[in-house]
Design a protein around this ligand. Structure first.
Ligand code: FER
Length: 255
């Protein structure tokens, strides 16, 4: 596969079937309130089907609407479906800051807010995934669940995905942030994790100040002989990189 998305991949195309994106609310036992997430269902979605699910996480400056507001994931995904390049899947855009006020406001680096990104592991595993699996026609085994995200959400995807291999077989980190655990913490048992993973994707822009985080994980995986994709692309810590990553990563899922 070519590692650069074709021109127009993120541009709205007329006269193609469209998915639907909407906001849901679920009860979080972890946080103790109702929490919002966006859910994209693909073109030709039917409640009679069974769908795999991608959980797609935002960065430190965002919330559940960040991908929608800046990445236009529904445009990228609709275009991929029109070109027959994507497995039908549900895409969930959660809020990864698991605390009562989960808006991206005030000091984003406040230790309480950073801790909330860690707490999201329980919110996702105990609250959001069960909500999605009981309200959508999902195929709810690990082989049909993926987690990926950008920056803070990339760190979360590695931390949570590799720590919950009974829940995920597909893991992707776009420009992972310093919340990423050390490679040794992420993968204490390379053989066991390798046997369970269907895809481990790491990508980062070559101008990104956080590049060393991804490189550190990549180097370790390589030393351990673990299959993974490492993609250093041209760009910084920005949306052109993450749109490109979504385009490339999503095509590899559930095939
Ligand atoms: C940091 C630098 C950047 C950090 C997090 C980020 C937790 C996150 C950036 C983003 O999500 O865009 O030191 O520490």
């Amino acid at each position: 596969m070519n590692f650069v998305a074709p021109a127009g991949f993120d541009q709205y195309r007329e006269n193609i079937p469209r998915g639907v994106i909407k906001t849901v609310e679920y009860n979080s036992t972890t946080v103790g309130n109702l929490r919002k997430a966006l859910v994209y269902t693909p073109p030709e979605y039917s409640s009679e089907g069974t769908y795999p699910v991608l959980y797609l996480l935002h960065g430190i400056g965002g919330d559940e609407t960040e991908w929608y507001n800046h990445g236009g994931p529904q445009i990228i995904l609709d275009n991929l479906y029109a070109d027959n390049l994507l497995e039908p899947m549900i895409v969930v855009l959660p809020n990864g800051r698991a605390m009562p006020n989960d808006r991206a406001e005030g000091d984003l680096f406040d230790p309480e807010k950073i801790a909330a990104f860690e707490r999201f592991e329980s919110d996702l595993i105990d609250d959001l995934i069960p909500y999605i699996d009981s309200n959508y026609p999902t195929n709810c085994d690990r082989e049909n669940r993926a987690i990926a995200g950008l920056s803070m959400g990339g760190g979360q995807s590695l931390n949570i995905g590799l720590h919950n291999m009974n829940s995920f077989a597909w893991v992707g980190a776009f420009s992972a942030a310093p919340n990423t655990k050390t490679p040794e913490q992420l993968v204490p048992d390379p053989e066991e994790v390798s046997a369970l993973l269907r895809l481990l994707w790491l990508s980062c822009g070559d101008q990104d100040n956080l590049l060393h985080i991804s490189v550190g994980v990549h180097d370790y995986l390589q030393q351990q002989g673990m299959a993974h994709i490492w993609y250093e692309e041209s760009g910084g810590h920005d949306w052109s990189v993450w749109r490109n990553d979504l385009y490339l990563f999503s095509q590899r899922l559930f095939k």
